[in-house]
Design a protein around this ligand. Structure first.
Ligand SMILES: *Cc1c(COP(=O)(O)O)cnc(C)c1O
Length: 296
């Protein structure tokens, strides 16, 4: 298993015609570079949970997710690297063919427990382990420690150079961390990748140091819902790669970059804004696309 190499994080300028049109400057923080599986924000979100589990002397990490969850994959990899046993409680019946993500998680030593959607929704955990040995991480790493870990993302760039910070949002944990770490003069823009997830604002607020702080939450770029996509998104991702050599994933960062480029074009950002896009990783999810869909 490859180590996580935090030093590979860097900020790159991104040149897009839409940014020129909107008279803004774009940069991207490449968290995707630290590890092929524990992609970007997932490492930041997991870090403090694992630290706490270690302090408490726990042997096994238990967490939750769907069959295509980057969080499950990242947790499996992080546990292998940090010598924890781990269990993934997976939503839904066991399918005949495991997803690429679950196959990898299994290979890295994660024990998989499939539970019905109903039990999953009710947080019913199969009685498989001595609970005293186990440390539970919520689905998606959502929680105060997850947000605290995600706040560390901005330690890896010159944050004072930017007026706006844009990120993709699932649970809102990273958004909250970025809001907590942002300077008073900066505004966070959070692009929801789920359809009509209007709980996002409130879920994010629960994790804020200052509950009054606001951000831009944008719900117009989900492309039909979580992990849904169309040809315009794929075309955009291929174009972006051709122009910039930056690979994105179709679940999170592709939608984020698409959104930012559209928002620039629509003059959402003030003239002269300097925008930092958080490349939160997730590239391994592209393995579920048919070969040849993406040019990278
Ligand atoms: C999980 C994930 C997110 C969403 O993070 P939240 O903290 O759940 O909002 C964003 N980008 C990528 C690549 C992810 O894997």
């Amino acid at each position: 298993m490859e180590e996580i190499i935090i030093d590979t994080i860097r900020t790159e300028r991104v040149f897009l015609p839409e940014a020129d049109a909107g008279q803004v400057e774009l940069s991207i923080l490449r968290l995707d570079r630290i590890h092929p599986l524990i992609s970007g924000n997932k490492w930041f979100k997991l870090r403090l949970y694992l630290e706490e589990a270690r302090k408490l002397g726990k042997k096994r990490i238990i967490t939750f997710g769907g069959a295509w969850s980057n969080h499950i994959l990242a947790t499996a990899a992080a546990c292998q690297l940090n010598n924890f046993e781990c269990t993934g409680i997976i939503r839904g019946e066991k399918p005949a063919n495991l997803s690429v993500i679950l196959q990898s998680a299994l290979k890295m030593g994660m024990q998989l427990e499939f539970i019905s959607r109903e039990d999953y929704a009710n947080n019913k955990i199969p009685p498989v382990h001595d609970r005293d040995d186990c440390y539970f991480i919520p689905q998606g790493g959502y929680g105060i420690l997850g947000a605290k870990g995600a706040a560390g993302i901005l330690d890896h760039c010159a944050r004072e150079n930017f007026t706006n910070i844009c990120c993709a949002a699932g649970t809102g944990t990273m958004t909250a961390g970025l809001m907590n770490a942002a300077l008073a003069s900066q505004r966070v823009c959070s692009i929801s990748v789920l359809k009509n997830n209007h709980a996002l604002e409130n879920d994010t607020r629960q994790l804020l140091d200052n509950k009054e702080q606001s951000a831009d939450f944008i719900h117009d770029f989900h492309f039909g819902g979580y992990a849904k996509y169309d040809s315009s998104l794929i075309r955009f991702m291929n174009d972006l790669f051709q122009r910039t050599t930056i690979p994105t994933d179709f679940v999170y960062t592709g939608k984020l970059c698409y959104a930012v480029s559209r928002l620039c074009k629509d003059n959402f950002f003030k003239t002269g804004s300097r925008i930092l896009i958080i490349h939160s990783g997730g590239l391994s999810g592209n393995a579920s696309l048919k070969k040849g869909t993406l040019i990278f």
